[in-house]
Design a protein around this ligand. Structure first.
Ligand SMILES: Nc1ncnc2c1ncn2[C@@H]1O[C@H](COP(=O)(O)OP(=O)(O)OP(=O)(O)O)[C@@H](O)[C@H]1O
Ligand SMILES: [Mg+2]
Length: 256
């Protein structure tokens, strides 16, 4: 029997391997609905791998596997009969480098997931595209050129287009893996504002190397080190009063 959890998204003893190399050690943490959780930690500590386990993308890498449990709204994400494609519709993802489909227009990029989900009617697609583009704070910039290629947008706009694409299928969770690391400061600020707005719609888990960013936009922060969560807690507390000396070393920039 599954016990009811106060978390929208939860991991219990989640671990991940690439072949025989363990990238994530058993990790148990939970994200409440409509919150932003930041994941910080040095390069190679397993942040992206952890994130990709949450929506079952990790297992797409040949030789890679995950163990342990993930629950979304108390339902198992792993287990017999769970369709990973359905999981990825509920747990969307945005990557470091904006990756709109090069051959598709702005409109078609936005609705590509809806088309895959079987939505066919043009006016419905158009309406849902507008809703997602508005949510992604891109509508005003693209409403007069929806038929132009997604690639014709600036980097920051492309990233918001990818956010719109992820939001179009109405996910419960949005995973973001360093979504602003390829962007200029103005575009970064826009995405940060957007994340704060999006909290009303989705629960966000964001990997970032930018600790100011984590401090600005997240409610809780997890500090990863060597595949392990060293500390997880309220962001303001973790950054001002870390419990673990390794967290303190990392956030004060005195690491390794
Ligand atoms: N495709 C892969 N095949 C084999 N090993 C991998 C693969 N991807 C990552 N790893 C290894 O898994 C570990 C965790 O990598 P991961 O990409 O999750 O780190 P990260 O914390 O996201 O780092 P960064 O901050 O640089 O993005 C590292 O030791 C890495 O070398
Ligand atoms: Mg990474």
């Amino acid at each position: 029997m599954t016990t009811t959890s106060p978390f929208l998204l939860e991991t219990r003893g989640l671990s991940a391997w690439f072949g025989n190399a363990q990238a994530v050690k058993p990790t148990t943490l939970g994200c409440a609905a409509n919150t932003v959780t930041a994941i910080i930690g040095p390069s190679g500590c397993g942040k992206s791998t952890f994130l990709r386990c949450l929506n079952r993308l990790h297992e797409e890498v040949p030789g890679a596997r995950a163990q342990g449990e993930v629950f979304l709204e108390n339902g198992p994400v792993y287990g017999p009969g769970v369709d990973p494609v359905a999981v990825r519709r509920k747990i969307g993802m945005v990557f470091q480098k904006p990756n709109p489909f090069p051959a598709l227009s702005i409109l078609e990029n936005t609705v590509v997931g809806l088309r895959l989900a079987g939505v066919r009617r043009k006016n419905v697609l158009r309406e849902l595209a507008e809703r997602s583009l508005r949510l992604a704070a891109l509508w005003d910039e693209v409403k007069d050129k929806l038929d132009q290629p997604g690639m014709s947008l600036s980097g920051g706009q492309q990233q918001r287009l990818c956010i719109a694409r992820a939001l179009a299928v109405e996910p419960r969770v949005l995973l973001m893996d360093e979504p602003t690391s390829a962007l200029d400061p103005v575009s970064t600020a826009r995405i940060e504002e957007l994340v704060t707005e999006l909290k009303k719609e989705v629960t966000v888990v964001i990997v970032t190397h930018n600790m100011q960013q984590a401090a600005r936009i997240s409610d809780r922060t997890a500090f990863f080190l060597l595949g392990e969560v060293v500390e997880f807690g309220e962001t303001s507390r973790l950054f001002t009063n870390p419990v673990d000396p390794r967290t303190e070393r990392y956030i004060t920039g005195r690491f390794g």
